[in-house]
Design a protein around this ligand. Structure first.
Ligand SMILES: [Fe+2]
Length: 318
C-alpha cells in the first residue's frame, strides 16, 4: 500500500461505540507500510482507544477518498448540541480539525465573508469548549498540529487566545470574540508571497519589510466590517507591537496597545516557538516560556504572560 494515498487522522477524534464509517489503517512498526486496523462497519471500544494510547499511537490513517466523509463525521461531533456523551477531548480534537479545514478552504478561496463568518461560528464553538469546567489544556495540546501553515498557526493561536482569555476572567461573549479574533489575526499573511513566508534561510531586509506589512494588510481587509469590534481589529493590527515601542507596524507603547492585542501577542509568540518552522524544529513548551519570560515587561504584558505561564506549567505535568 502506498502511503501517499492515505492521510493521517488524530485518534483523539475517534469516539468509542460509534463507527466512523471509514476503514482505519495503522502504520506497521519499523516500516512505512499501512495495514488495515479496523473495517468501516466496526466501532471502536474504549479498550481499543486505551490500547492505542498506551502504545503511543496518536494517528491512524484513512484513504484520501474518504476525507470528505471524515470531515462530515468531525463536523457532527464538533457542532452537535447534545454533547452529553461526547468526551471533551474528542470534541476539541474534532473541532480543531474542522477549524483547520474550514480556515484552509476560506483562506485559499480568499473569500472574506466566508472567512469571517466561519471564524465567528468556530470562535463560539471553541469558546464553549475552553470554558467548560472539565476542559484540560493538556488534552488540547495533544490534538493540535504543529506544522508550518498559516491556517494551523491561526487555529492554534485562536484556541490559546480563548484559554488565556478565560483564565484572565473575561466574560463568555468576549472569550468568543477574542477566539474569533485569534482565528483572523494573521489574515494579512495571505497577501504575503508563500516563498517569503516559507523561506528556510535568512530573510533579506526587503523580505523582512514585506512580512512586517501583514498586520496592516490584515487590518485594512477587516477594518470596514461591522461584524467585528475594535478589539478584534486591533488584534490583527497590533499583535506584533511590544510594550517598549520596539514592535511593528507603528511602534506604539503599553496602554496604546489594546489588551486583546497584548493577549494575542503572548500566545502568538508561544505558538510560533513551539511549532515547526522552515528554519527550525519545535521548541519544548518549558523552553519557550523561559525565552518569553526574558521579554516580560519589554515585549509582553507581564500579568498576561504570568497567567499564560501558570496555565502551561499546570498542564506540563499532566
Ligand atoms: Fe502575525
Amino acid at each position: 500500500m502506498q502511503g501517499v494515498d492515505y492521510i493521517p487522522i488524530s485518534v483523539a477524534t475517534l469516539l468509542p461505540t460509534q463507527a466512523v464509517g471509514l476503514d482505519l489503517y495503522q502504520q506497521e512498526a519499523d516500516s512505512e507500510r499501512l495495514v488495515l486496523y479496523r473495517g468501516a462497519e466496526f466501532p471502536l471500544s474504549m479498550d481499543d482507544l486505551e490500547r492505542l494510547r498506551g502504545r503511543g499511537i496518536n494517528r491512524l490513517f484513512i484513504s484520501k477518498e474518504s476525507r470528505g466523509s471524515y470531515q462530515k463525521y468531525l463536523r457532527k461531533i464538533a457542532t452537535t448540541s447534545d454533547t452529553s456523551n461526547i468526551p471533551l477531548t474528542a470534541r476539541s480534537g474534532a473541532l480543531n480539525e474542522v477549524v483547520r479545514d474550514v480556515l484552509n478552504a476560506a483562506f485559499a478561496n480568499d473569500n472574506l465573508d466566508q472567512t469571517v463568518s466561519a471564524a465567528e461560528q468556530l470562535g463560539v464553538l471553541a469558546a464553549d469548549i475552553v470554558t467548560k469546567d472539565e476542559f484540560a489544556a493538556s488534552d488540547l495540546f495533544r490534538v493540535l498540529h504543529h506544522d508550518y501553515a498559516t491556517f494551523t498557526h491561526s487555529a492554534n493561536v485562536a484556541f490559546y487566545c480563548g484559554i488565556l482569555a478565560a483564565e484572565l476572567g473575561y466574560e463568555r461573549e468576549d472569550i468568543e470574540r477574542i477566539t474569533t479574533g485569534g482565528l483572523l489575526h494573521d489574515l494579512g499573511k495571505l497577501e504575503i508571497e508563500e516563498e517569503i513566508l516559507c523561506k528556510p534561510g535568512r530573510l533579506s531586509e526587503l523580505e523582512f519589510r514585506r512580512i512586517r506589512m501583514h498586520p496592516a494588510l490584515g487590518f485594512r481587509k477587516l477594518a470596514y466590517r461591522e461584524d467585528l469590534n475594535e478589539g478584534q481589529l486591533l488584534m490583527a493590527y497590533q499583535h506584533h507591537e511590544r510594550l517598549d515601542g520596539k514592535g511593528y507596524p507603528v511602534g506604539c507603547v503599553e496602554s496604546d496597545i489594546h489588551p486583546w492585542a497584548r493577549l494575542c501577542a503572548v500566545v502568538d509568540v508561544f505558538e510560533a516557538l513551539t511549532s515547526q518552522r522552515p528554519y527550525r524544529t519545535p521548541m519544548p513548551r518549558s523552553k519557550a516560556l523561559m525565552l518569553q519570560q526574558r521579554d516580560s515587561g519589554t515585549a509582553f504584558d507581564p500579568e498576561m504572560l504570568a497567567c499564560w505561564k501558570s496555565i502551561i506549567q499546570r498542564n506540563l505535568a499532566t
